[in-house]
Design a protein around this ligand. Structure first.
Ligand code: TMP
Length: 219
């Protein structure tokens, strides 16, 4: 079982992933949590290259680095875990590439899809939770009104976060387009809702769609 979480930076994915991981652990469901880019020694090194703000990377170079990290993680960790019957929770997967490198950076959709097929070994998530938030609210949530100018000044934003608000608007719209085309796989959540309410919605969706999770209850 592969569960993925998507959304622009600052949408609150990590909080929801932690809550779900805790609940599944309590129910003795064998789960591993991974993030993209990252999750193997090489993929973590690629993550550093991609996110360090001092690096200037071309859109195609960026696409290939995210894809290289993905290929390592899928082949070395995700596919073996799924084959052993584990539940994999993944913080970002190929939808991030379609949204960020496709809609955000403007790379060709067909070329993107063939690289995605190659780097994922055609693996598809069983369900994807998308946390929707505007770029303005996401930045405020991450840094608060007072510390945002400081964060910019002191270089606290990673290379992706420095791409600017127009870029994030395109990424968000991109996510909306992806979801339009694949409504059955996605559960769309309002990232500004209370975290407990969101957790309940996530657990309920899993229970409704998958018999293995039908007994899951939030406290
Ligand atoms: P995060 O792990 O903190 O979400 O950071 C990862 C950043 O990389 C985030 O800005 C989204 C971006 N990203 C892409 O642009 N394309 C991708 O394929 C992936 C997985 C992430």
């Amino acid at each position: 079982m592969l569960i993925t979480f998507e959304g622009i930076d600052g949408a609150g994915k990590s909080t929801q992933i932690r809550k779900l991981q805790k609940l599944l652990a309590e129910k003795q469901c064998e789960t591993i949590v991974l993030r993209e880019p990252g999750g193997t020694e090489i993929a973590e090194k690629i993550r550093q290259i991609l996110l360090e703000s001092r690096h200037d990377i071309t859109p195609v170079g960026e696409l290939l680095l995210f894809s290289a990290s993905r290929a390592e993680l899928v082949q070395q960790v995700i596919l073996p875990a799924i084959a052993e019957g584990k539940t994999v929770i993944l913080d970002r997967f190929f939808d991030s590439t379609t949204a960020y490198q496709g809609y955000g950076r403007g790379l060709d959709a067909e070329m993107l899809q063939s690289i995605i097929r190659l780097s994922t070994f055609s693996l598809h998530p069983d369900i994807t939770f998308y946390l929707d938030i505007s770029p303005e609210n996401a930045m405020l949530r991450k840094f608060s009104e007072k510390s945002l100018p400081l964060a910019l000044e002191e270089n606290e934003l990673d290379r992706m976060e420095r791409s600017g608000s127009d870029f994030y608007q395109r990424v968000r719209k991109g996510y909306h387009r992806i979801i339009e085309g694949e409504k059955n796989r996605f559960v769309v959540l309002d990232a500004l809702d209370n975290p407990e309410k969101l957790h309940k919605e996530i657990v309920a969706s899993l229970g409704e769609r998958f018999p293995a999770f039908s007994g899951l209850r939030t406290p």
